[in-house]
Design a protein. Sequence first.
Length: 402
Amino acid sequence: MKEFIKYVGMDVHKETIAVSVAACDAGEVRFIGEIANTTQAIEKLVKQLRKDGANLKFCYEAGPCGYGIHRQLFELGWECQVVAPSLIPKKAGDRVKTDRRDSLSLARLHRAGELTAVWVPDGAQEALRDLTRAREDMKHLQRQAKQRLLAFLLRHGTSYGGKSNWTQAHYRWLEEVKFEQPVQQIVFQEYVDTVKALSKRVDAMDKQIEAAASQCVFWPVIQGLMALRGVNLLTATTIVAEIGDLKRFASAPQLMAYLGVVPSEHSSGPTKSRGGITKTGNGHVRRVLVEAAWTYRHPARKTATLQRRAKRTPEVVQEIAWNAQKRMCGRYRLLEGRGKLKVQVCTAIARAHRFHLGDRAGHATTTSQSVRRRIMFLQCVGSRMDNGGRTLEAAMRHVATH
């Protein structure tokens, strides 16, 4: 007997959810109506749709409402996809958008298998991701506060004559700055206090990230990534928290596209036109990878800080990290010698992280098989192999067999 399936499309908002249903027999898609965005209303909807014994498959767009609906439906035993809004097929000439139309379209496309689901983290990993993003927000506010303070001083013809801003000497200089107008002195002090308060918040977030990362299940992976040059605790935690389960990527080029580090292209017929990177997908990981790539402009060497971090990892990871550093530093000098812009070189380095996946990886005994594969995969973010036609897929096959 053929299983009867109902594909349910939901257009989710803060207070309401527009619901449409498409049967598996390619019949007409029906608009059920709007329900309240509450757990009780969703449970009632499930009971109503289950009256005829159908199997339910839900979907809704990823948005500001988070993953609460997905987790509730999963606990009730039903499949639910959180869909990437930017990858939903749309008609170019369609100029009418309503909640009803959106839910009908989701149900129809879900039945046709045309929707692309996003990865839904569990509660612990989402909490770690929220922590890293909150730290990024605090850093952004701190940077804005510093810029406003410097702009205020510049408007009044006051500038620091030392080498670098925001050092201890710079803060001592700020304490000596005085204005003729009492009101301007108050404004200046408020700007300074804001910078100091936000700096304390950033430091507190850094300590919280360190404590949370050391207690999460991905700590061995984070330690392995920290053996790489340019990857500190914050960078490694951001990569792990944002990317999550790597098994959802069928190939490394798919991961590269997810990070937005693949070249854009607009080709037609014999004309091929390629531009800069797409900058789609996860911008948080892309940012930290490019920032890490800037460290490869210096000659390869094992600094004291890097060696302290590397001592916490197995020897096989240390060897991979050192070989990678030598190769990427050489690649940076090669691309720079060809006249490439520094920003282009750093982007290429971020995309071309490729490490030696020799037979030594198969002899690691202090790192589990799954953790080692995860470390090696993360190390291959956006990589391309040497000349001779070898691609990253070959590297992934090598990792999978060791």
